[in-house]
Design a protein around this ligand. Structure first.
Ligand code: SAH
Ligand code: SF4
Ligand code: F3S
Length: 470
């Protein structure tokens, strides 16, 4: 059912939280420096920018290193077992450090914390963790910290709700002056059978378009040149709110603001509409780079994954996109070793990857997540077999990348300059509109500018070129 309006938290609640941030800053006996350690996707990266925004308001400054910080917070991911293990491994590593620095505070938050039973597990198995909370109560961070510091007791708060809310106006410390993330929607309703995200991020909830447009205007005024719109499935933006703009309409509005580059992720192939393709084709600022995760090449597996498209439908969408936008750079996510995946079905993934010819792809070995449907399916594939399959798939994609990148040689690309190379300060690095890193000789004062670069050679994952004056 559609809501009449976006489910924002009351403005008084956020004002209350901001007052608590200032209250925290006045405490005598509190940590002074912080370190935020982030795992997972761009959503988490942006949540960490909000954590930092709040930490600054709470009177803290960024520490030189993790070891030097009075307060370390881990913003965790649990999408695959290795993501979760890496996060937990690092938390445990801090236990030793804490023995030599008894006043140090340790917190854990993010998707891993939002899993069922994780709060209890932290209390039982990780006694050196002072504070833990989930994704739904990130906005209560100052309140929870205040409680932990004042009571000198451990605080664990995970709100088990499916819905989730929308916190507006939290302070944000953006990590770059030129790029910015804008969350356009939270949560996911798709329940792909392998995926934990809907369980830890709640239901789809779109921010009000007026809020998003206002934020983009402000970012432009602040000098931002590239925005990345975030959502687990941006194509279903607005569908949960009565009378809200569609994603295509929102993009059109944002294009009109005049920020040089607009990117978005992630697009679910099941509902990439013709309207959306047209808007991208006609826009001035929407980059011709589309991350369109296919996950698998076999219709039987896609059905079992609950992806709601077939191999043929996916390929037809790719054709429709390329017909209207011939230079569209496509990237994807792929899973191998999904339960019951036969050799023939795996081969279908390989042939689809060759057929589409992606610029690049993220390849993952299926990782069972407790509570998801696929975790209980029979015929789980042994690790050794999955490893063999992923190696083969990576080799196929590598060939695609080599061929596509070679075809860029001779073209002139616009590059937003990010940084000087760490090894050689006369070499600059930035992203072209296809989101590929381009290296070229240049001066540091180009950082933050968009320049024209003629591509002269291609590496395995980057391009190289020379600036041209056009
Ligand atoms: N919302 C995005 C993806 C979010 S997770 C989308 O639908 O495309 C990022 C990627 O992690 C997914 O695209 C998928 O390829 C991978 N992934 C998710 N769950 C996984 C699991 N259990 N095992 C292996 N890979 C997984
Ligand atoms: Fe996970 Fe599927 Fe939602 Fe993406 S669309 S976050 S893969 S459930
Ligand atoms: Fe990981 Fe959560 Fe993102 S599980 S991939 S950080 S939404």
């Amino acid at each position: 059912m559609k809501r009449m309006e976006a489910i924002e938290l009351p403005a008084e609640e956020i004002a209350h939280q901001k007052a608590l941030m200032r209250e925290f800053a006045l405490l005598e006996n509190r940590p002074r420096t912080y370190c935020v350690v982030t795992y997972g996707c761009q959503m988490n990266a942006h949540d960490s920018e909000k954590l930092e925004g709040m930490l600054i308001e709470m009177g803290m400054t960024k520490a030189e290193s993790r070891e030097a910080a009075d307060f370390v917070i881990f913003n965790t991911c649990c999408v695959r077992d290795n993501a979760q293990r890496r996060a937990l491994g690092n938390v445990v590593w801090l236990k030793e450090l804490k023995k030599t620095k008894p006043d140090m505070m340790v917190a854990v938050c993010g998707c891993m914390m939002q899993q069922k039973g994780m709060g209890e597990q932290i209390l039982r198995q990780y006694p050196f963790v002072d504070l833990a909370f989930g994704t739904h109560n990130l906005y209560r961070f100052a309140q929870l910290m205040l409680q932990a510091v004042r009571s000198r007791r451990r605080v664990v708060e995970v709100i088990q709700e499916d819905e989730g809310s929308i916190p507006e106006d939290l302070p944000v410390l953006r990590s770059s002056p030129y790029h910015a993330y804008i969350t356009i929607m939270y949560g996911c309703n798709n329940f792909c059978s392998y995926c934990i995200v809907p369980y830890v991020r709640g239901r789809e909830r779109s921010r009000a378009s007026a809020r998003i447009i206002e934020e983009a205007r402000q970012l432009k005024a602040d000098g931002v040149r590239e925005i990345m719109l975030l959502g687990q499935n941006v194509n279903s933006y607005g569908l949960d709110v009565e009378g809200e703009l569609s994603f295509a309409q929102l993009l059109k509005e944002l294009d009109g603001i005049g920020i040089e580059r607009i990117r978005f992720m992630t697009s679910h192939p099941k509902d990439i509409s013709d309207e959306l393709i047209d808007v991208i084709a006609e826009s001035k600022h929407i980059c011709h780079a589309l991350h369109l995760p296919v996950q698998h090449g076999s219709t039987r597996v896609l059905e079992s994954m609950n992806r709601r498209y077939t191999r043929e439908k996916y390929l037809a969408r790719v054709r429709a996109i390329r017909e209207k936008i011939p230079d569209m750079s496509l990237t994807t996510d792929l899973i191998v070793g999904y339960p019951g995946e036969t050799e023939e079905e795996f081969e279908e993934t390989c042939s689809l990857v060759s057929e589409v010819g992606y610029d690049s792809a993220f390849t993952f070995i299926y990782s069972p997540r407790i509570g998801t449907r696929a975790a209980d399916m029979p015929d789980q594939i042994p690790e050794k077999e999955s490893s063999r399959r992923i190696q083969k798939l990576i080799a196929i994609q590598k060939e695609n990348t080599r061929r596509n990148y070679a075809a860029y040689i001779g073209q002139i690309h616009s590059v937003l300059v990010d940084e000087a190379s760490k090894r050689d300060e006369t070499q600059m690095a930035g992203k072209n509109e296809y989101n590929i890193t381009v290296n070229f000789p240049g001066k540091k004062d180009l950082i933050g500018q968009i320049v024209r670069v003629k591509i002269t050679s291609a590496g395995e994952s980057t391009l190289r070129g020379e600036m041209v004056n056009l």
